[in-house]
Design a protein around this ligand. Structure first.
Ligand code: SF4
Length: 220
């Protein structure tokens, strides 16, 4: 089921910022910095900042704190993030590739560490608000916070599917399954998603709004 969900989203070729980000973060450092900057920041903004940094500099190692701060100004909490990034460049010669070491770095939490490791192809799922929301809507989990979602997904998702899991769910969340606006009628997994199937049943029985959802099996 999870494999099918990921394949359907992947082959829908959604125009999502997360896919553009994947294309431009072609080095370990770029993957780390983009995961680091992305907290509480829209992906479009993180994308713009990554382009700005790496079109001007080959690496952030060796830059002073003010330069880093000016480069990342559009992201949320840029002062704190700049300070932490600067401390990282002072303390580490290379970015670690294991969860335990990553979590000792200034400003690196579980989500950032797991998103980064997944980007390196390791078996981790970074659970952000998109992943938490959509996994619950689909019905893969029934949880009330991202920590529970993280724990359950870690148990039920096959290791080989974990590295891609965040990317495809985030892509769906950025384009179709948004927090305040779901567009089930064009969703590639509407026939297997609990939320849509339930809404469709309610519509059939006159309990939902006049427009109602598209039939789950309706051909696009
Ligand atoms: S069918 Fe609707 S609720 Fe389910 S994943 Fe797609 S957009 Fe989200």
């Amino acid at each position: 089921m999870i494999k099918l969900i990921l394949e359907r989203i992947k082959y829908a070729k959604l125009e999502a910022p997360v896919y553009r980000m994947k294309n431009i973060t072609d080095t370990k450092e770029k993957k780390f910095v983009s995961a680091f900057l992305s907290t509480r920041t829209k992906d479009e903004v993180t994308l713009e900042v990554i382009l700005r940094i790496y079109s001007n500099y080959k690496t952030i190692w060796g830059l002073n704190k003010d330069t880093i701060q000016n480069l990342i100004k559009p992201v949320a909490f840029y002062r704190v993030k700049a300070n932490n990034l600067y401390r990282i460049t002072q303390k580490y010669e290379d970015i670690p590739e294991d969860l335990e070491s990553l979590l000792t770095m200034p400003g690196v939490g579980l989500k950032v560490a797991k998103v980064f490791l997944a980007e390196l192809g390791k078996s981790y799922i970074g659970v952000d608000t998109h992943v938490h929301r959509i996994a619950n809507r689909i019905g893969i989990v029934q949880t009330s916070n991202p920590e529970q979602t993280d724990r359950i997904l870690n148990e039920i998702v096959e290791d080989k599917l974990k590295p891609e899991f965040n990317t495809h769910l985030v892509a769906l969340g950025q384009t179709i399954c948004k927090a305040r606006k779901v567009n089930c009628s064009i969703c590639p997994i509407r026939d297997i998603c609990n939320y849509n199937l339930k809404t469709y049943e309610q519509y059939k029985h006159g309990k939902a709004g006049a427009r109602g959802p598209l039939h789950p099996q309706h051909p696009l």
